[in-house]
Design a protein around this ligand. Structure first.
Ligand code: ADP
Ligand code: MG
Length: 239
């Protein structure tokens, strides 16, 4: 994996699991049940990408595409303060975009190439969540083909941006508490290899005791197997 750069998650354990952090030129899927920490991790990475290289960032900016309305500027403020970034500039370095439906979501990504050309400091694109609009608008097996076709196009467009501009893409995907039960059901599990052949890394997040969360890499031969524990605190993602 030549020339990829890494963004720290804020947790050494999670960075270790990922081989150093979230990598550029790659799409990383965070999947897990409601409350497993997907959105908090997205907030943290949109702040951490701004850190200088020696502190685990890329000295870059983020694009945050919010499909569920769960983005909170207050979290950006708290997380940036906690790592010594000036909150106002940290907030200015995040392009926030609220996608109101799947067509809008796809149109936003269509326009990103132009935005990144104008602002090459963009080093991270987040889509939280990538699947919610598609599931709501194309429910059930009867809409599976069209849903998958649209989602595939969307995902491949994101992968292309990651490769073209040497940036990291993070998508989130909510699945039920026991995703092993649902891997065979394409209406629930999204990244299963029978569905797409989108390159990337899949990270499963699970709730644990209190503010602890468990992360596990799925289907990545170049990364070690196993689970790590991290925490979500007021300051953000930590060990
Ligand atoms: P998901 O996106 O996977 O559904 P979230 O990333 O929204 O889950 O995680 C929500 C959890 O994050 C909350 O249940 C809480 O434990 C934790 N959390 C959210 N905000 C804070 C905060 N300000 N301080 C500490 N923990 C928080
Ligand atoms: Mg969320």
């Amino acid at each position: 994996r030549i020339n990829t750069k890494k963004i720290t998650t804020g947790s050494q354990a999670l960075d270790g699991l990922l081989g150093g952090g979230i990598e550029t030129r790659t799409m990383t899927e965070l999947f897990g049940e409601f409350g497993s920490g997907k959105t908090q991790l997205c907030h943290q990475l949109s702040v951490n990408v701004q850190l200088p290289l020696e502190k685990g960032g890329l000295g870059g900016k983020a694009v945050y595409i919010d499909t569920e309305g769960t983005f909170r500027w207050e979290r950006i403020e708290a997380m940036s303060k906690a790592i010594g970034l000036e909150p106002d500039s940290a907030m200015n370095n995040i392009y926030y975009m609220r996608a109101i439906n799947s067509d809008h979501q796809m149109a936003i990504v269509d326009d990103l190439q132009e935005l990144i050309s104008k602002d090459p400091a963009i080093k991270l694109i987040i889509v939280d969540s990538v699947t919610s609009h598609f599931r709501a608008e194309f429910p059930g097996r009867e809409n599976l083909a069209v849903r998958q076709q649209k989602l595939n196009k969307h995902l491949h467009q994101l992968v292309r941006l990651a490769e073209m501009y040497d940036l990291a893409v993070i998508i989130t995907n909510q699945v039920m508490a026991r995703p092993d039960m649902f891997y065979g059901d394409p209406t629930v599990a999204v990244g299963g290899h029978t569905l797409y052949h989108v390159p990337g890394i899949r990270v499963q997040l699970k709730k644990s005791r209190g503010n602890k969360r468990i992360a596990r890499i799925v289907d990545a031969p170049h990364l070690p197997e196993g689970e790590v524990v991290f925490a979500i605190t007021e300051e953000g993602v930590r060990d």
